[in-house]
Design a protein around this ligand. Sequence first.
Ligand SMILES: *Cc1c(COP(=O)(O)O)cnc(C)c1O
Length: 488
Amino acid sequence: MRSHLLNDTTAEHYRRSVTEGIERVAAKLATTSRPFTGITADALSPRIDEIDLDQPLQDTAAALDELEDVYLRDAVYFHHPRYLAHLNCPVVIPAVLGEAILSAVNSSLDTWDQSAGGTLIERKLIDWTAGRIGLGENADGVFTSGGTQSNLQALLLAREEAKPGREGWEGPASFGTMRIFASEASHFSVKKSAELLGLGQDAVVSIPVGADQRMQTVALARELERCEQDGLVPMAVVATAGTTDFGSIDPLPEIAELCAQYGVWMHVDAAYGCGLLASVKYRGRIDGIERADSVTVDYHKSFFQPVSSSAVLVRDAATLRHATYHAEYLNPRRTIQERIPNQVDKSLQTTRRFDALKLWMTLRVMGADGIGQLFDEVCDLAVEGWKLLAADPRFDVVVEPALSTLVFRYIPADVTDPAEIDRANLHARKALFASGDAVVAGTKVGARHYLKFTLLNPETTTDDMTAVLDLIAGHAEQYLGESFDRAS
Ligand SMILES: *Cc1c(COP(=O)(O)O)cnc(C)c1O
C-alpha cells in the first residue's frame, strides 16, 4: 500500500497515474458533443449504489474505467459552448495546472509553518486584488471557499464593528436590533449569514429594485432613515455588483454616499462582477467599489478559475481581528510579535487549500488583461444575445445586460394565460436538460417563470444562442400543442 503514498520513491507512479487521468479527461473534452447526456438521477444512482467501497479495484486504470461509467460520461460540462446555465465558467489551463500542483504539494494556508511561500503568494494576490479595487493602503483580506463564506465573514466583521460604544448595547441580546440592507435581488447567502450571525429573521431589510434590477437608492435612504428613527442599528448595506440572476450592478457611488452619511458598513458582493476588475473595456461599470469597507470576489465565477477560488477583501486590515483566535499548538499570540505570517488569524477556516496558486499561475502566464479580455468577450456576447431576443417576437427579454446574463421567456402569440406560458417555459427548460443539447437556467421575475442564459464561455457564439433559442421555442410549442390536445 505504501506505493500509493506520494513521496521520493513513488514519483514515477505519481507521474503515470496522474497522466493517465489527464489523458482520459483530455479525450473526454475533445469528444463531448453536448454539455450533458440528459441522464436522470434515477438512472444513474443504481450504477453508483452497486459499487462496493470495501472491495477496492487495486488498479488505477480499472478505477478510471469505472469513473468513466459513474461520472465522466454523464457529467455536466461547463466548457461546452451550449452550457449556458449557472455562474460556472470554463477554466483556463494555467489555473488547472496550478490546481494539480497545489493538491500534490498539499500546502495548508493556515500557518506559515505549513505553507511558507504559499502564504506570501496568497498575500500578494490579496494586495493585487485590493489594488485593483482601490481599497487603499490599509487593505487586506483572505482567500475563502466561495462567495457564501466571503459574505458571511464580511458581515461578521460588520457586526463586530457596529457594536462598540452604542448606547444601550447589551451584547448578543441586542443582535436582534441590527439591520442589514440588501436589494431584493441580492444573493441568499446574505440572509443565511444574518441567521448564522444570530441576528434573527428580521435582520435583512429587502430594498426594492427598479425595472433594471438595481437597488433603488431612494428606498434605501428611506429605510436607513426609518431604521434610525426606530432606534435600530444599521449594521451594513450589501450592494450587489452583479446580481446572480440578472448581472445587474447596484448604483455603487450613491450607495457609498448613503453609507457615509449614516455611518454604515458598505459591503460590495462582487462575486460575479469581479471579472470587471480585470476588464479592459468595462471597468467603469463598477466604479464606486473602491469606497467599500469589504468586498466579495469569486475568481471561480468570472476569472475562469476552477472551484474553489474566492476572497474577501477589507478596507481596514485591523477589522480582520474579529476572526482571530489563538491556539497554542497552531498560532500562539507570540507569533504576532515574532511577525510570523499566519493566515489563519484572518480566516474562518483553519486547514485551507492553496487556491491562490491557480490565480497566481493564471496571472503569471496570461496576465490580468488576458482574463479581462475573456470576460469582456462574454459581456459583448450578452449584448448580441440581447439584440437577438429583443428582435425576436417569440421572446420577452427582461433587462439589458450589465454583465453577461440574459433573462427571457418564450411568449407564444396565441396563448394569453400567464400560468400556461409559465408551464411552457418550465417544460422547455426541463426538456432541453433531458435532451442534453444545451443547459439553461430558470428564475422568477415577479410571479412569472423565466429562462436564463448565463454567458461565461467566450467560445459560445451568436449562432449557439440562436440554435438554443430555437430549441427552447420548439420544446415550448410542443408542450402547448400537447396541452391543447389534452384540453380538447
Ligand atoms: C454565486 C454568488 C454568491 C455565492 O458564491 P459561492 O461561491 O457560490 O458561495 C454570492 N453572491 C453572489 C452575487 C453570487 O452570484
